[in-house]
Design a protein around this ligand. Structure first.
Ligand code: ATP
Ligand code: MG
Length: 563
């Protein structure tokens, strides 16, 4: 597979890189970066960007930096930095050298601001943020020129130095680029380069009271790091002329100039992906945290039981394109299932138990049936599953008056208990309210393993657990977080939270075969016929908590019909 990948470019970004390599540009080096702003946990969209940037570096024998674009002190936290590093590593990538930080370049960026002032390309403006916003114009009308635009360079140098020293209150002045107020590109209209903001920064503490705007830091950070291909999402296409303008005025001869390439961001149905909105869900307690298994965050997907392999496979399948689309959540779920199918040992667990008493099975007898851990993979081995007189089956697997097409258990009917034996339902016990409290059955002792000695066939195969041996567990059944394909589509006056799925989490007590008793957080299983489950970190000695990662699509009908 690897050599095939190396033969031809897989997408337009690889085409560009290969052209650059052929022309010998940048001494034929490929140096990418993943530049998160540490203002939240990473989500599946970031995973796409991570796989892309680190993947390109790996494919072309280059390097990929992890750089924190930490220019906004107010929203950033060390917790986010740590979580981002953990997530990138977990996805299977190793950054070049060490983590980089845009904040390490505050000195260089400040010096470039001074350089622009000296070249009469920047000025200190006394207008408030509101005034600047109000005078920007519209895409079709030019903005208004600032009354401070013609300050002489000396005065600007003096004022900017005093801004840095802390002589002016927050918001009293800004430094702006002197480009023009009539560009059709609003980002080019004398954009703000620096603002005064007394806020403690997670790395530079209180060293600075002025901070560069993201736009005045991002491109230069790439330049400082010698990034050859600055890959970003489409919304930055309109910022590119500005980044180029900065580099035109500060870049030195002979140094690598980053080439910006934009691709379409990942959008997924049935979820939201903006960190701002995800933060709201966390802050408002609508989820248990950033790593709530319903969140589209990498940490949420990990806790839910997804593997990094499945996320990388998903990123490879969706590829990169130039146009925004919405990817169906079902595709991600498909990748998760495919991968779990290969690696998850099978066990049996009952989530909605119905007691079944086998009347012709002795009270003190216990059998141990050898059952394959994965029927599709003999190398996965087998385990012994205890069987006794009282077993639990799934309540949904019994119907007193079965409709046509229902092949599971019913009065008088014989079915297979997976890997164990054949049983026939001989009676139904009810409680005072008329609900079914237990079933009476008989077993065929000559059907050990689940095959009748006379060759007769049964239509249903049920999963089961021995009541005396089952391990009780808290099982968290997760579903999609939103009920609408497009969560942003709401009635007037409502927001995306109105589309949250009220049934996205159900907690039940499950009875699982004893094999799982010694499992540890992160261990994954397929509960036969129910789905893929993993052990949650909330588990402790004597308390087992499982998360349902994903259901088995159509498994019910398919498995139950197997004769
Ligand atoms: P959000 O809008 O979700 O808050 P962001 O773009 O502000 O995300 P950053 O931390 O700035 O988040 O992003 C780091 C990198 O990840 C950027 O290069 C960005 O383009 C990329 N990225 C962010 N969201 C997506 C996405 N949905 N699909 C692909 N790449 C993304
Ligand atoms: Mg951002």
């Amino acid at each position: 597979m690897e050599s095939e990948e190396k033969i031809k470019p897989q997408n337009f970004i690889e085409e560009i890189i290969e052209e650059d390599l052929k022309s010998g540009k940048n001494d034929a080096a490929v140096h990418t970066r993943f530049p998160p702003e540490p203002n939240g946990y990473l989500h599946i969209g970031h995973a796409k960007s991570i796989c892309l940037n680190f993947g390109l570096a790996a494919k072309y024998g280059g390097r990929c930096n992890l750089r924190f674009d930490d220019t906004n002190p107010e929203k950033e936290e060390v917790e986010y930095v740590d979580s981002i590093m953990e997530d990138v590593r977990w996805l299977g990538f190793q950054w070049h050298d060490r983590p980089y930080y845009a904040s390490d370049y505050f000195g260089a960026i400040y010096d470039w601001a001074v350089l622009l002032i000296k070249k009469d390309l920047a000025y200190v403006c006394d207008m408030s943020a509101e005034e600047i916003g109000a005078t920007r114009g519209t895409p079709t009308e030019p903005g208004k020129t600032s009354p401070w635009r013609d300050r002489p360079a000396d005065e600007n140098l003096d004022l900017f130095a005093r801004m840095k020293k802390g002589e002016f209150p927050d918001g009293a002045k800004v430094l702006r680029a002197k480009i023009g107020m009539d560009s059709p590109n609003m980002h080019m209209r004398d954009p703000v380069l620096y603002r005064i903001k007394r806020a403690e920064h997670h790395r530079t503490g209180n060293d600075w009271c002025i901070y560069p705007m993201y736009d005045f830091a991002h491109g230069q950070s790439d330049y400082i790091e010698g990034i050859t291909h600055s890959i970003c999402t489409l919304e930055f296409e309109v910022h590119r002329p500005l980044y180029d303008w900065f580099l035109d005025h500060i870049a030195e001869e002979g140094r690598v100039r980053p080439r910006q390439i934009e691709f379409a961001r990942l959008n997924l149905s049935y979820t939201v992906m903006s960190k701002r909105l995800l933060l709201r869900l966390v802050k408002e307690g609508r989820v248990s945290g950033w790593d709530d298994p319903r969140m589209p965050t990498i940490s949420g997907l990990r806790r839910r039981g997804c593997t990094s392999e499945s996320i990388r496979a998903f990123a490879a399948i969706i590829g990169v394109a130039k146009r925004d689309t919405v990817v169906d959540m079902a595709l991600l779920e498909h990748c998760i299932r495919e991968d779990l199918n290969k690696r998850s040992p099978r066990v049996m667990g009952v989530l909605n138990p119905l007691k079944l008493v086998i009347e012709n099975y002795p009270e003190d007898r216990v059998d141990g049936f050898e059952i394959a851990n994965n029927q599709e993979d003999p190398s996965a081995g087998s385990r012994r599953v205890p069987f006794s007189r009282v077993v639990y089956i799934e309540r949904e697997d019994f119907m007193e008056e079965p409709p046509k097409g229902f092949f599971r258990l019913a009065p008088g009917r014989e079915v297979r208990l997976r890997g164990a034996c054949l049983i026939t339902c001989t009676g139904v016990e009810k409680n005072e309210l008329g609900g079914i409290s237990e079933l009476r059955c008989t077993w065929d002792p000559a059907s050990i393993g689940g095959t009748a000695s006379d060759g007769r066939k049964v239509k249903g195969t049920l999963h089961w657990v021995s009541a005396a041996h089952a391990v009780k567990a808290e099982v968290r059944l997760y579903d999609r977080l939103f009920t609408k394909e497009d969560p942003y589509e709401t009635e007037e006056g409502k927001d995306f939270t109105a589309n949250m799925n009220p049934d996205s989490l159900k907690v039940v007590t499950g009875f699982i075969e004893p094999h799982v008793a010694s499992s540890r957080p992160g261990d994954r299983f397929q509960f036969e016929r129910l789905g893929y489950f993993c052990v949650d970190p909330d588990s402790a000695a004597g308390r087992l908590v499982f998360n349902r990662t994903i259901t088995l699509k159509d498994s019910w009908a398919r498995e139950a019909k197997k004769g």
